[in-house]
Design a protein around this ligand. Structure first.
Ligand code: KIV
Ligand code: ZN
Length: 520
């Protein structure tokens, strides 16, 4: 009897953290942060990076163009509605990429066509053909999506998909835009397309599942079992409303359960934990403690019975090793006397390669931290460096802060801000020290944004732990989340508020694109 080893089929990972992920309310990223995330995703082995929606704002256009210039291996993709202006703008933005892709979409469900587009099925079909043909005249690699595909009539969906492929699309994306499908239903939908669309063998089918019912990962994997070979997902599952399928869960599910899902991806899974932290930092969205794969508790064993089992054999309660996703044992790192060399080695082991100036800044902050904090852990270093990355390009920054508060004293804050290169100082009071600081910021940089959330997390245990503070601000319907880390919670609060203001500056220039009227 001969045994034949079948090579697992490759599933492409399409990351849309910078596009659908950035559409999450509150998740704004600066240009530098987007570049940082894109470069990380590229090194981690993502196949396609959806870098933004170029026509939605000059900032998005710039981000897609810059990312196109820098990404080395992955395909860089720009999103476009079905109008020529959108498609041309996306084509312009990705033109410097080694592997450029235009992703054009239009809604195909009755409810979207009637109420959102106010277009009939024939007009939608015309738009599919025209937009894909236009995109294909600009780049070789064109992806077409049927928005709200899971609520689209099957006959109509088949006609649209066939036409998109005939017009030159090489990837057909089937989004569960509203997160309504169930795994069995999604399997059958992909299977139906595989069986009924005559030219389906000329394109790769992709899944793009939203998580409104918590089924995004399950639906995506079902799609792959039915024949899809590209999964669209985001780091930490961020995205519109309840988010998208989480990249780390998709990748690890296929890795750990190869027996049921014999597929492979190009992802270096040991980078997943860092990717999660990076995205959490730049968006200001904390990762839920019990989040699969990357949550703080994903590999902790609290109960005595579990701990006992683990000591006897890790397989009793562990289906994957923490190292596989880049989680390391917490280790005590350097102390006050540690030098540059040791610090650089530590950074490298944590996955950071900082340029000279950034390294010197981080080293200075590490020395300062070691003066204040007895034990400096890996998590402290990560918080410190991420803080540097998050705030490194801010146009408004905290230069000096002194706060007075106590039982018999009116809280006050004496604050100096640098606002677009100019130093400004004021002293204000408030209902508490945090209120006084925020009042001072308001005075030095007047704005109409309102505070929606103020949250403090301790990075490690102990009263000398660093604090990371998240501040969410809202202005004219736009929300952003800023972050700051420091051993002094009040300093961290000031940094976080100012970081959020910087993000508002970015977001102010971004308009929600109007509903499509097919404009050519
Ligand atoms: O959810 C969705 O339908 C989308 C499309 C633009 C692909 O994000
Ligand atoms: Zn989406």
């Amino acid at each position: 009897m001969s045994t034949k080893t079948v090579k697992p089929e490759r599933v492409r990972i399409f990351d849309t953290t910078l596009r659908d992920g950035e559409q999450s309310p509150g998740a704004a990223m600066t240009l530098e942060e987007k570049i940082e995330v894109a470069e990380f995703l590229d090194v981690m082995g993502v196949d396609i990076i959806e870098a933004g929606f170029p026509i939605s704002s000059p900032g998005d256009f710039e981000a897609v163009s810059e990312i196109s210039k820098r990404v080395r291996n992955a395909t860089v993709c720009g999103l476009a509605r079905a109008g020529f202006k959108d498609v041309d703008r996306a084509g312009e933005a990705v033109k410097a990429a080694k592997k450029p892709r235009i992703h054009t979409f239009i809604s195909t469900s009755p409810v979207h066509m009637k109420h959102k587009l106010q277009m009939g099925p024939n007009a939608v079909l015309d738009a599919v053909g025209a937009s894909v043909t236009r995109a294909r005249s600009l780049v070789e690699d064109v992806q077409w999506s049927a928005e709200d595909a899971t609520r689209t009539e099957h006959d109509f969906l088949c006609r649209c998909v066939e036409l998109a492929i005939r017009s030159g699309a090489t990837t057909i994306n089937i989004p569960d835009t509203v997160g309504y499908a169930t795994p069995q239903e999604f399997f059958e939908l992909i299977q139906m397309l595989m069986n009924r669309v005559p030219n389906i063998d000329k394109a790769v089918i992709a899944t793009h599942c939203h998580n409104d019912l918590g089924l995004a990962v399950a639906n995506s994997l079902s799609g792959v079992l039915a024949g899809a070979r590209q999964i669209e997902c985001t780091i930490n599952g961020i995205g519109e409303r309840a988010g998208n399928a989480a990249l780390e869960e998709i990748v690890m599910a296929m890795k750990v359960r190869k027996d049921r899902m014999p597929f492979e991806t190009g992802i270096n899974t040991t980078m997943l934990s860092r990717a999660s932290k990076l995205v959490s930092n730049v968006t200001g969205f904390p990762v839920q403690y019990n989040k699969a794969i990357v949550g703080k508790n994903a590999f902790s064993h609290e109960s005595g019975i579990h701990q006992d089992g683990m000591l006897k054999n890790v397989e009793t309660y562990e289906i994957m090793r923490p190292e596989e996703v880049g989680v390391k044992e917490t280790s005590l790192v350097l102390g006050k006397l540690s030098g540059r060399h040791a610090f650089k080695d530590k950074l490298a082991s944590l996955g950071y390669a900082l340029a000279d100036e950034a390294f010197e800044d981080a080293f200075k902050r590490f020395k300062n931290l070691a003066d204040h904090k007895k034990h400096v852990f890996d998590e402290d270093i990560v918080a410190l460096v991420d803080d540097e990355i998050v705030r490194g390009h801010d146009r408004i920054s905290v230069k000096d802060l002194r706060v007075e508060s106590g039982t018999d004293i009116a809280p006050s804050a004496d604050l100096m801000l640098t606002v677009k290169g100019q130093d400004k100082r004021t002293k204000t009071s408030g209902n508490g020290p945090v209120d006084a600081i925020f009042n001072a910021i308001h005075e030095l940089y007047p704005h109409t944004a309102s505070l929606q959330l103020f949250q403090i997390h301790a990075v490690t245990e102990g009263t000398d732990a660093q604090a990371t503070v998240s501040v969410r601000l809202e202005e004219d319907g736009r929300t952003v989340t800023g972050k700051g880390a420091h051993t002094d919670t009040l300093v961290a609060a000031a940094h976080a508020y100012v970081n959020a203001l910087n993000k508002l500056l970015v977001k102010r220039n971004k308009q929600a694109p109007e509903t499509l009227k097919v404009a050519r």
